[in-house]
Design a protein around this ligand. Sequence first.
Ligand code: SF4
Length: 270
Amino acid sequence: MLTSTETVLLKSRNDKTRSMAQNGRANARLFSQMEDGRSGKAMNQKTVRRILDTIAEMFPDAHCELNHSNPFELTIAVLLSAQCTDETVNRVTKDLFQKYKTPQDYVSVTREELEHDIRRIGLYRNKAKHIQELCRILIDEYGGEVPQTHAELVKLPGVGRKTANVVVSNAFGVPAIAVDTHVERVSKRLGLAAPDDTVLQVEQKLMKRVPKEEWTITHHRLIFFGRYHCKAQSPKCDICPLLDLCREGKARMKPGKPAKLTGKRVKGGT
Ligand code: SF4
């Protein structure tokens, strides 16, 4: 149930999006004219720019929604977020981060106690194991600190490429594009990546197409766009300012035509 403030904010966002959609249709005519006589590459760059500018206008405040106050808490939060929503992680870490402040705190309790403390999170047994192993390595090899390079991070238990990208970009200011379920789905729907691309291919294509200085903020904006607008099961195609360049959106808007779904994998937070 939304609060009245949330309802007003949602309506305001939808009104703004609707207005952008009208502008988008006008832009479509303009872009169509611009396409004439230009190479596909030039058009693609223009299209990418339009997508980036549009999602920036729609979600100017996009940010990491996992609550944390330092790189270590962020690492734990991202590790917990696999196959789980950010809201659930935030509910659990509210108490968890009060009790466990350092890597030593996590290895000072039994596995069962840590499992109990994160039991509301999916795959909590596996995650408790990874957290304790990770904390032991941080203590033994990194002086209790989170390493700052991607190469070191991905060697830690439970830390994959996506988690490492989130940590280096949000905690250490290193440009990176972490591809989660929202980023993957939206990138494929908008044609920034191909439908059959792997997660790594999606990341590589985004890094190629998006200016490096915009990688991190684009990651956040694509997540917001996917989480609040281009949702897995019910994207807001009817008010989408990018409808004219979205094949999936056009298919979904055609009456009686089954949409090609690129939103099957709906689980997962950041
Ligand atoms: S699927 Fe719909 S909401 Fe998503 S980008 Fe395409 S037109 Fe917009």
